[in-house]
Write a protein that binds this ligand. Structure first.
Ligand code: SF4
Length: 334
């Protein structure tokens, strides 16, 4: 049975197969927020409701976007995403939104994660595990197209960092319509494969949560550097070779201890011929603390940490730092 009017808000990547198996439509509230012409209003709505100054803009934007778009049910990831989700969920609950909790077990325990997925299925009214598995097979066909775009980014140099980011980040909810999204990916692949390779000599990794800046990739390309690895966005696309849906969400590095992410980053940095790493975190985000661990693990590798949050455009200070970073890389790479 399908209930296309039943929209389920998500605040981060969750086992989206379960939502489709329930006949509902996933809506990634991050994507709705950041692509909306009304995104400033969403942030203001949260601030007027009383969200404090020292809470990141993603949280405020999600709050505003959920209420403004009439989302009645939200899956809130209580463990494995954001330390603020708990309170965000409660503030939405008092506005009448149904909150469905989901957790990624910190120790990556298979049985616990399976129970969480089963609990989610019960909460959404899914009756058959077979339907969930069938949806995994279907979504994997579409994910393979996203992986092709990722490969065209670093191997063929025919996809920009921004395009890579946009297509990979959209695999969190398949833009609510897997068939239409599949067509969009196929069209893009056909168009991009006709292009000449991008000329940028400097190849960058972007690690950390997706940026709130919408011009970051263009700014970097104007300095002569292209992002050929978007770490967390790639994780959203589930780049894993497994038939088992529980294992798939165990291999997904983002919700677990940062050390799994670091291993993945190291592999991709070597594979993709990366010259420098940009670590991004939001102002007021607990993930800024993880920079201590990242920095230690990438000693000897050109590395810069930048912070977003005050605006949706790269601020002047960050531009200057990025330009100096790219110039330094150009001297090293020659
Ligand atoms: S950037 Fe950090 S604080 Fe903001 S929503 Fe993401 S994890 Fe939470």
């Amino acid at each position: 049975m399908s209930f296309p009017d039943r929209k389920i808000g998500i605040t981060t990547t969750v086992p989206v197969e379960v939502i489709f198996a329930a006949g509902a439509v996933p809506v990634d509230l991050n994507n709705i927020f950041i692509t909306s012409p009304r995104r400033e209003e969403y942030v203001q709505k949260a601030e007027l409701a009383g969200f404090p100054r020292n809470v990141c803009r993603w949280i405020k934007g999600i709050y505003g976007a959920a209420l403004d778009n009439g989302i009645k049910e939200i899956i809130a990831v209580m463990q494995g995403d954001c330390s603020n989700t708990h309170a965000l969920a409660e503030t939405l609950q008092i506005e009448g939104v149904r909150i469905i909790p989901f957790s990624y077990p910190y120790d990556r325990n298979y049985d616990m994660l399976k129970r969480e997925i089963e609990h989610l299925a019960d909460a959404l009214g899914v009756v058959s595990w077979t339907d969930i598995v069938a949806w995994k097979r279907r979504l994997d066909e579409i994910r393979a197209l996203a992986h092709k775009i990722d490969e065209m980014t670093w191997r063929e140099n025919k996809v920009s960092g921004r395009e890579n980011h946009l297509y990979l980040v959209s695999t969190s909810d398949f833009e609510g319509d897997p068939n239409a999204f599949e067509k969009k990916l196929k069209n893009f692949i056909a168009e991009a494969s006709q292009r000449e390779p991008f000329p940028h000599k400097i190849r960058l990794a972007f690690v950390g949560v997706p940026p709130i800046f919408d011009d970051l990739y263009d700014v970097l390309e104007s300095y002569g550097a292209r992002v050929v690895f978007n770490e967390v966005q790639r994780q959203f696309s589930m780049p894993f070779d497994t038939e088992d849906i529980v294992e798939q969400y165990l291999l997904y590095t983002y919700p677990y201890p940062v050390f799994h992410r670091i291993e993945d980053i190291k592999q991709q940095v070597a594979l993709r011929g990366i010259h420098g790493i940009i670590h991004y975190a939001e102002t007021f985000c607990f993930r800024q603390i993880e920079d201590i661990i990242m920095r230690k693990n990438f000693e000897g590798m050109p590395y810069i940490m930048i912070e977003g949050g005050e605006s949706f455009k790269v601020d002047a200070r960050t531009r200057m730092r990025l330009q100096s970073f790219v110039e330094m890389l150009k001297m090293r790479v020659k």
